[in-house]
Design a protein around this ligand. Sequence first.
Ligand code: FES
Ligand code: FES
Length: 163
Amino acid sequence: MVNGVRRPFPADPRTSLLDFLREHLNLTGTKKGCDQGQCGACTVLVNGTRINSCLSLAIMHDGDEVTTVEGLGSASALHPLQRAFIKHDGFQCGYCTPGQICSAVGALHEVERGVPSHVTEELVEPMHASRSEMRERMSGNICRCGAYSNIQEAIADYIGDAA
Ligand code: FES
Ligand code: FES
C-alpha cells in the first residue's frame, strides 16, 4: 500500500522504492538527492518508520504501508508540520523539504516508542521529544541551502519546544 492505495509491484525487481514512487507512481514529492543513502531527501515512512527509499527495493515492501509526503498532507489540508515549515520559513529551494518533513514525523515516532538517540541522557518513559533530541535525530537530513536554523525552529514549534 502506498498512501493507503494498493499498488502493483514493478516488473523489474531491481527497482528501488524511490524510483518506484517517482517514476512509476508519479509521486514526485519524494526527492532523489544522492541515491546512495547520504542525504535523506528520499525519506519516506514504512509502517511509521523512516527509511531512505533509495536504499530499499520496492519488492521488499509487500504488505507494508508506505507513506510519502503526499500521504501526510495535501494543499488543502496541510500536515501541522508542513504548516510549521511555512510559518518558520524552513526551506529555501524546498528540495530537501519532503524528506525533512517525513523524517521529522518518523523521528517523533521513534521518541514515542522510546528509541534512544546519541544525545538521550536518561531512558525514561515516556521519552521527551526535546529540541536537542530532534536536532540530533534530524542530522541525517542534509539541506544544501543551509536552512537548518529555520528547519529546527519549525520542528521545535511542532513538538511544542519553541524558544
Ligand atoms: S537520495 Fe536517498 S539518501 Fe540521498
Ligand atoms: S531548502 Fe534547499 S536543500 Fe533544503
